[in-house]
Every structure is written in C-alpha cells, then in structure tokens.
Ligand binder design. Structure first.
Ligand code: ACO
Length: 429
C-alpha cells in the first residue's frame, strides 16, 4: 500500500497518492482530482507543479546539485565534451567509442543547410536580432524534410536529432555573418563541433580563424553547461508544443522564442549590458545594488536569482573558474569582470539578497567569457540556444517514447464577467 495525502473538501475526504522520484523527491498525484472532487489546483508560474516524470536531469536547488542522467555536472565539465554530453542526454547513457563516432559522423553529414534555406537570411533586416532569425530559420528548415512531420515515425529520429544539433549551429553562425554583412563561411568536415562554430563565425574566405585550444574548450564548456536544466521555461515550452505532436524543429523553434526572454536565456545579454552601464557610469557596483533594493524602480541584478536554486548555481561556480582561467591565458583584463566580482561580493553579504536567497546563476559570468572570445553580445542567447538544443531533443524523445504522453492543456480559474448580453453597436456607450 503506497502513501497518500488526505484532502478534505466540503466534509468529504479524498486520498491522493504520493509519488516518489528516485532521489526521494515527493509529489501529490492530483491526476484524478477534478474527476473526483470537481476542483482544480491553482499555481501561477507553476512553482509547485510537476508537469511530468522525467529521467533526464536532476536538480536539487537547496543543495546546488545538478546531474545529467545521474552524472554530476562537475564531472561532466571536467571530463566530457559537449557532443558526448549531448549523446548522454538524448540516449540516456555515455556512448561507447563506436557510438560516439557514429553520432559525430551523423552530425557532420547533417551540418549543411539545404541551399534554399540560405535565401531566408536575405529577407531579414541587417539589424535583426539573431534569436529571431534562429527561431524562424529552424522552423523553416522543417519544410525541407517531410519525414519530420510524422511524430509516430521513430526510424528517422536519429537523423533529425543530429540535423537539428548541427544546423542550429550553422544557422546561428550564418545569422551573425548576415547581420555584419560578412560572406557566409561553410562548416569544415575535418573540424569538431565547437571548433567549426568558431570557424563559421570568424574565418574569412581568404584566411582561416586561428583556433586556440583554450578558446575552443571554454566555449565547448559553455555549451555543455547549458545542455539541459529540466523543466525550465524554454524546455517546458518545447514539451508543450511537442505534446500537440508538432515536429521536432517546430518544437525547438518555440523553445528558442521562450529562451529569448530576459528573465530566461536573454539574461546573459542583459548581464553584460548591466555591467557596461555600471562601468560607463563610473560606479563600482554599490550604487547599482542600492538601486536594485529600491523596489520603486523595478531593477534587478541580472544573472542573480533562480526559480530552483536557492544557493550558488553549480554551473556559475564552474563558469567563474573557467572565466578566470581563460582571461589569464588570453592575457585579457576586462574591467567588467572586476565589477561582476564586486557585485557578487556585495550582494552575498547584503541582507536583501541573503533573505531572498539570491545567488549568481549561470548567466552571471558566461558573458565575460564570450566577450573575451570575441562573440558579440547579441549572440550570447544564441550560444545558450545551441547549448540547450540537445536538452530539448532529449525531452522531445522522452515524450515520443512514452505511450502515455498527452497533450498539455492546463485549466484556469475564470475571473472575467459573468454572462452578459450582446449590445448592438448603436446602443453602446
Ligand atoms: N535582483 C533583485 N531582486 C530579485 C532578483 C534579482 N535578480 N531576483 C529575484 N529578486 C527578488 C524579487 O524582487 C522578489 O522580491 P520580493 O519578495 O520582495 O517581491 C524575490 O526576490 C523573489 O523573486 P521572484 O521574481 O518571485 O522569483 P522567481 O523565482 O519568480 O524568479 C528569476 C526567478 C526570474 C530568475 C529572478 O530571480 C530574476 O529575474 N533574475 C534576474 C534575471 C536572470 O538572471 N535570469 C536568468 C535565470 S537562469 C536561466 O534562465 C538560465
């Protein structure tokens, strides 16, 4: 006999089953609540709502734990690569050498965009945000493969997954080149995933970009650290769209749109803009912290706070160290890093932040690494999207493989006018 929670409404008692996850996390199963009681639950922002059971990523926000398929993020950051981690997320286990080779070959074979897709880039204004281009072109790419439209057809999943991972990077680099009026650079077969992205971003037709191993490694680490984060806003969006049996590319395009928001993936761009503003104003960060605490101006310390983490985001710790290491190797002194460190130091001692349990999140230091690499600020959220793509694919596959997957369709509590009659236009005041 399992465990139950007792709910008493209108003098009647209902027994609601308690579900337990593999890490001991418990939830009240309310799937029969409405049919049994006529009631629904109300949880705006879903902070207390589990939308699914998932075996991909585990987070303990109180203890600052993040694991992909059971493996701590710290171990993956130290020992794995983005592509190996992508395989782990999507297929549920670390690949053997043969599996990894096959996966890499599939990525290489699928990295080119159909030629006609290229014309999509011509239609955008030169100042278009690359996230708009990314979302539009990912969606447009699905027209080129009719087999994508068949949700039930699992036989082509591996190719579609590889195509999306590879093409997201190609589209991202093309969108940057287009925005700068630069000629498009095609991927090279001999380059690995992250090196190829840097090549497509920065090479010229007459001169290849010089690939520094430390730079390639730092960017690969950023991709890896962003690869999944369970039911965050963009992944929940991907799952929402996929639940209607939309194709993988359409679902991922929707994820890109959600990620673009400044409270989500757009925060990495917002952090650098905030640090620039502080630097330009001659503040060392203290005035800014005071302004954030003054609720009348609705400012936030970007890159701080998290819905799930109520302690230091484990990814932020890894990124902060990588940031220090890379800047030292490249011999770069970035005054924005000094400001970021000062902000962190001040905030972590300040009652406002302590009370609300606000700590640096993944976005706080990642922008400084990207700046050092030469990635322009408007591409920061695109980098996040490239990193998050394997996570979105893993969630899509999890839904596809689950015969019990239903369309996501929340309910609501209606608070609008009660029944009223239509008023003819001449009688309206
Ligand atoms: N700066 C100042 N105050 C903050 C911050 C912040 N960064 N974050 C939260 N707070 C305050 C809120 O004003 C609120 O205070 P109150 O209780 O006095 O009203 C309290 O902390 C709780 O904040 P909520 O917005 O209710 O927390 P929620 O869980 O909904 O939001 C979020 C989480 C969106 C990440 C928030 O912390 C935030 O806006 N951070 C800045 C943006 C950011 O860095 N986003 C990236 C998140 S990580 C990611 O998506 C990859």
């Amino acid at each position: 006999m399992g465990e139950f929670a007792k709910l008493e409404v209108d003098g009647k008692v209902y027994m609601l089953p308690i579900v337990q996850g593999t890490e001991g996390e418990r939830a009240i199963d309310i799937s029969q609540l409405r049919s049994q009681t006529g009631l629904i639950t109300l949880d705006e922002g879903y902070a207390n709502t589990g939308s699914c059971k998932s075996a991909i990523t585990y987070i303990d926000g109180e203890r600052g734990i993040l694991r992909y398929r059971g493996i701590p993020i710290e171990e993956l950051a130290a020992k794995s690569s983005f592509i190996e981690t992508a395989y782990l997320l999507i297929y549920g286990h670390l690949p053997t050498r043969a599996e990894l080779r096959k996966f890499s070959e599939l990525l290489t074979e699928n990295q080119y965009l159909p030629e006609a897709v290229k014309y999509n880039f011509e239609g955008f204004p030169s100042n278009a945000h690359p996230m708009a281009i990314l979302s539009a072109v990912i969606n447009a790419s699905s027209c080129f493969d009719p087999s994508l439209m068949r949700w039930e057809d699992k036989s082509s999943f591996d190719v579609h997954a590889a195509r999306l991972i590879s093409q997201v990077r190609t589209i991202a680099a093309f969108s940057y080149r287009k925005s700068r009026g630069l000629p498009i650079i095609y991927p090279k077969k001999s380059y690995k995933y992250t090196a190829n992205f840097l090549h497509m971003m920065f090479s010229m037709p007459y001169e290849d970009y010089e690939l520094k191993p430390e730079v390639v490694r730092a960017l690969d680490l950023i991709f890896l650290l962003h690869a999944d984060h369970e039911q965050n806003c963009s992944t929940a969006t991907v799952r929402m769209v996929a639940s209607a049996r939309a194709n993988l590319f359409a679902s991922a395009a929707a994820g890109v749109c959600a990620l673009w928001g400044p409270l989500h993936g757009g925060a990495n761009q917002a952090v650098i803009e905030m640090l620039e503003e502080i630097y330009q104003s001659g503040d060392d960060g203290s005035k800014f912290i005071a302004a954030v605490k003054d609720k009348t101006n609705r400012r936030r310390l970007m890159g701080f706070g998290h819905r799930v983490y109520k302690t230091y985001d484990p990814r932020a710790k890894i990124i902060k160290k990588a940031c220090d290491d890379l800047l030292e190797v490249l011999d770069v002194h970035d005054p924005l890093l000094d400001i970021a460190k000062k902000l962190e130091e001040t905030a972590l001692k300040d009652e406002y932040f302590i009370e609300r349990r606000l700590y640096p999140n993944v976005d706080f230091y990642s922008g400084i690494i990207m700046r050092a690499i030469g990635i322009p600020v408007e591409m920061f959220t695109v980098i996040f999207a490239i990193g998050r793509t394997p996570g979105w694919i893993a969630h899509y596959k999890e839904m596809m493989d689950n015969p019990e997957t239903k369309i996501y369709r929340p309910r609501q509590i209606y608070v609008g006018p009660t029944q009223s009659s239509f008023i003819p236009i001449d009688e309206r005041k």
